[in-house]
Design a protein. Structure first.
Lengths: 306, 306
């Protein structure tokens, strides 16, 4: 029998929906992995009372995580930001020490991190710095995953960020981060409308092609497609041929992905010494602690990916 | 009884699938409008023989359109390009003279136009020049339409194309080109990831807001939303609130649209003295004259929009 993987669940912003997801889905999650929750009993008790959800049996927590504070449902606050950061750091510590096999993160609030004086913009940014590695951000679900070559930068900076060296390194790293089936290819997107239409609508597609040639030389195998026409790449007839897509920028990949698969998507950090997946939604302050129905699709998929 | 509208069907590149669509769907089209096809009997006979499709009763054509040539199925050729241009010009002539109420265009091949020495990149470009008007390109189907503020330009030029004057004029023109229901709003997209996240990921959203304020002042009514987060704008919960979307650039609007509604989309030219709709697909040289099944959804929807 395969041993179940042990997973550190970083608990996210406790003023948001993360803790409710953790409590309500503990039994389902426990069928897939052995979860350890990065929260201490003081805070867990407070959340459980406020939510009026009993703490499930076998809900394993830590002795201490961070400074206790009063939950303020749906409020952006420095102390909740700090606690969510401490919770995330505990998860990384356990993963580094080999105590857990992977990390799953529940949503933090970026503004709360900023208010707590935390220098990182989010999880991926922190992981990149902590491990000194070019983490690759990939979002998606079983039907399709989209890896982002550029992420959180202004649209006006995207074109100049595409270089043969940078992109070929990305393509090589990404290939090594996933497992392809025999002869499976990865859909690589162009940058410009109609993929530049032979240079008439932009010429970054030539850089993308050069980067692909360079990556294929190193890999000794043709993995990536020609730069695909971006507005055709996600149509049914193209989609059915690929599981993995590489987008040149944030909205190029994520707008079609989220249009097609909203509730079920997850966020995966690749190219790191540890495995980390995350729900692909925020703290949902609009419905936190309200008793509203919360979809667990993304959370369960994040657990399953491990 | 409402009089049926009379519509000029510009026949497209005769080496492609347009003529097959026209022949096969004539009876269905005739239930919706009174079509006049911008083709002459010599070329119609040649196509009909090659396709082995009889010319339907009441298939009204013109006496002369352009120079006859030998059909070469699926070939890009100068004479086919020239004929498709002449066919389009005939349609415009009839619309200008009030002989028809609208134009529906079947697909031309841009390279064929170029080979024929035609200065325009495509239909919309030609219409813009001929009518000296800022034609607005809108694509979509009954469920959602996307109007493009910038169209066929390199991605690197998009950010600098957004100005308060240009965008507010566009927003005013677009509003006047469509019919909204009471209190219906139009979804206006931001430019940057997360709509700039308060300026951290780009600041064009401030220009977009200023343009919106200016447009609303002129229109005396609030029509457009705040700049929406682009990768959230097309998710089901947002989509269900709007029929019309304004995208800042080509792929921002068309990639999600085509991911969701591929076969059924049409292309509409707004803000012109004439009404023109078009199929939203190309000449399909890969299946032209092959006997393959051709979806008529886009064609029929283009007819219905009239």
């Amino acid at each position: 029998m395969r041993k179940m993987k042990r997973v550190a669940i970083s608990i996210g912003d406790l003023n948001g929906i993360g803790i409710e997801l953790a409590l309500k889905n503990h039994y389902e999650v426990s069928k897939i992995v052995e979860p350890v929750y990065m929260i201490d009993s003081v805070m867990l008790d407070r959340c459980s009372k406020l939510l009026d959800i009993a703490i499930p049996d076998g809900f394993e927590t830590l002795e201490s995580v961070g400074e206790a504070f009063d939950i303020r449902p749906s409020q952006v606050s420095a102390n909740s930001g700090r606690y969510s950061y401490d919770s995330f750091m505990k998860a990384i510590e356990l993963a580094r020490d080999g105590v857990v096999d992977a990390i799953v993160t529940l949503p933090i609030h970026k503004k709360a991190w900023e208010m707590a004086g935390i220098e990182y913009k989010g999880h991926t940014d922190a992981l990149r710095d902590i491990f000194g590695a070019d983490a690759i951000m990939m979002l998606g679900c079983e039907q399709m995953f989209v890896a982002l070559y550029t992420e959180h930068i202004p649209l006006r900076d995207v074109a100049d960020s595409i270089s043969v060296d940078g992109l070929s390194r990305f393509l090589i790293d990404f290939y090594h981060s996933i497992t392809l089936k025999d002869s499976e290819k990865i859909a690589l997107l162009g940058l410009n409308p109609h993929a530049g239409d032979g240079g008439v609508l932009g010429d970054e597609e030539y850089i993308i092609k050069d980067a692909t040639v360079k990556a294929h030389e190193v890999l000794g195998r043709d993995i990536y497609t020609e730069p695909l026409v971006p507005d055709v790449a996600f149509t049914p007839r193209v989609r059915e041929k690929y599981r993995y897509f590489v987008a040149m920028y944030h909205d190029q990949g994520l707008a079609p992905l989220k249009a097609l698969h909203f509730d079920e998507g997850i966020n995966v950090s690749l190219n790191l010494p540890i495995v980390r997946t995350s729900v692909d939604h925020g703290t949902a302050f609009d419905i936190a602690y309200s008793g509203a129905d919360i979809s667990n699709l993304s959370y369960i998929n994040a657990i399953k990916y491990i």
